[in-house]
Design a protein around this ligand. Structure first.
Ligand code: IPM
Ligand code: MG
Length: 375
């Protein structure tokens, strides 16, 4: 990519969002200096922070900033215990996160799960099951399926014969052929750059959606003869992740299966606090709109205590540099700096084990400082 002027909207959000975002920006500034980039980064409120600042989870000014930017660096939103009087449609998960995904057409969610060898103690599986290392990319469809399908509602219906009413909740799983095709292409293309194996997850033994998913993915696979495709039912996929995670390279999932399996896979990488993600829209000219966020949530229990692991947010900066700007060297530098600091023994609480001899427990800020210094 030609331009070295990066226009970024930074939306830290709630819970640990602001403190991990602070460290990510610190690292980005170090990259800016080292690679002579011009980072034009503007921060704006979202989530409960948006509701507090402007009465809306996605304030108009924040959305405007996003539209004027090349990409969004996102923290996390949602505090389940806050103000139950705010209706579900206006709460941050739907009104900010899902809305942004839809607004920018971010259909392709990439969640790389990698267990560094120094953190093998933090993986819940035995060393034997970890094999030569776990390295999985979950490709999750992000703008279709049950999350967005209509009808979606809770209604009162008659319980029959004078028994009054009962409630009924309806969510609808919907996929069209083009929606499956475009995410399948993303998965095959990324598999090509990796170990060339794609596992497509579905529930074709029960769901119409599963049958169509399998058919369309199989058809798309003809264009990628160098990639080995296998199909797996989602329940088996969940089990195989625990039994033999090293069999997976790229896992292609519809929206909800990907939500669930990516959290399960994340646990294998030691901690949700290590997992970045990229959500990408359709190519338009030479541009792809990108949204980068840690896969973990707001973690309200540890927010504001300098305990959170900023690495997922920092690695999201690496994904941003690579996917939105094509700055592979800068992206590699961020990943290498994280690797170096992990190798040096620095650990936030989530990845710390007293059994490691050279490990030192540090807070959010110190971890960020060390990674920025290692750039
Ligand atoms: C994720 C999260 C979101 C999702 C929530 C917060 C709406 O779990 O990004 O995985 O379900 O997509
Ligand atoms: Mg999730």
């Amino acid at each position: 990519m030609s331009s070295k002027n990066l226009k970024i909207a930074a939306l830290a959000g709630d819970g640990i969002g602001p403190e991990v975002m602070r460290e990510a920006i610190k690292v980005l500034r170090a990259v800016e200096k080292k690679f002579s980039l011009t980072v034009n980064l503007t921060e704006a409120p979202v989530g409960w922070a948006g509701i507090d600042a402007a009465g809306k989870a996605l304030p108009d000014a924040t959305l405007k900033l996003c539209k004027e930017s090349d990409c969004i660096l996102f923290g996390s939103v949602g505090l389940p215990d806050r103000d139950p009087s705010i209706p579900k449609e206006e709460r941050p998960e739907r009104a900010a996160l899902l809305r942004l995904r839809k607004e920018f057409g971010l259909f392709a969610n990439l969640r790389p799960v990698k267990l560094p060898k120094e953190l093998s103690h933090a993986c819940p599986l035995s060393k034997e099951r970890q094999g030569d290392g776990i390295d999985i990319l979950v490709v999750r469809e992000l703008t279709g399926g049950m999350y967005f399908g209509q009808p979606k509602k809770t209604e009162e219906i008659s319980a029959g014969a004078g028994k009054g009413t009962i409630q009924r909740a309806i969510d609808t799983m919907v996929y069209t052929t083009p929606e499956i095709e475009r995410i399948a292409h993303v998965a095959f293309r990324t598999a090509r750059l990796r170990r060339k194996k794609l596992t497509s997850i579905d529930k074709a033994n029960v769901l119409e959606n599963g049958i169509l998913w399998r058919e369309v993915v199989t058809k798309v696979s003809k264009e990628y003869p160098d990639v080995t495709l296998e199909h797996m039912f989602v329940d088996n996929g969940a089990m195989q992740l625990m039994l033999r995670p090293t069999q997976f390279d790229v896992m292609l999932c519809e929206n909800m299966f990907g939500d669930i399996l990516s959290d399960e896979a994340a646990a294998l990488a030691g901690s949700l606090g290590m997992l970045p993600s990229a959500s990408l829209g359709a190519q338009s000219g030479d541009r792809v709109y990108g949204f980068y966020e840690p896969a973990g949530g707001t973690a309200p229990d540890i927010a504001g205590k300098n305990l959170a692991n900023p690495i997922a947010q920092i690695l999201s900066v690496a994904l941003m540099l690579r996917h939105s700007f094509g700055f592979n060297d800068a992206a590699n530098a961020v990943e290498a700096a994280v690797g170096k600091v992990i190798a040096s023994g620095l650990r936030t609480g989530d990845i710390f084990s007293a059994s490691e001899t050279n490990a030192r427990k540090v807070g959010t800020t110190e971890m960020g400082d060390a990674i920025a210094a290692a750039i």
